[in-house]
Design a binder for this molecule. Structure first.
Ligand code: SF4
Length: 106
């Protein structure tokens, strides 16, 4: 293999595996189950699918602008209703959800 064809081969391999990798990640995210509010970890963290439903008496520091979509730990992309969370491995949380571990996105 001469240097030119080797370079083409490497570029092709990088492009192909990169595309496959991105596609694979999308499939995995779409296949993840949504966390249930009744899950043990969700209950422990006071997780709700809708930040508007958070009990203000129980969580007085909660505010309406706090939601998963504005949380540092949210892994979903802009415009997506559900996304991963660093605390709920293998499950999706709602973009408009909330839990007591909320940390303002930097
Ligand atoms: Fe949502 Fe953040 Fe709690 Fe995860 S840590 S459930 S993204 S508020």
């Amino acid at each position: 293999m001469n240097p030119s064809s080797r370079r083409r081969f490497v570029l092709h391999a990088v492009a192909t595996t990169g595309l496959l990798g991105a596609g694979h990640a999308r499939v995995l995210a779409a296949d993840l189950p949504k966390v249930e509010e009744s899950d043990a970890q969700a209950t422990a963290l006071g997780y709700r699918h809708d930040t508007a439903m958070v009990d203000a008496k129980k969580y007085p520091k909660h505010s309406a602008e706090q939601r998963c979509g504005t949380c540092q730990l949210f892994q979903g992309k802009a415009g997506e209703d559900w996304g991963g969370c660093a605390l709920f491995g293998g499950k999706l949380v709602a973009e408009k959800g909330w839990c007591t571990a909320w940390v303002k996105k930097a």
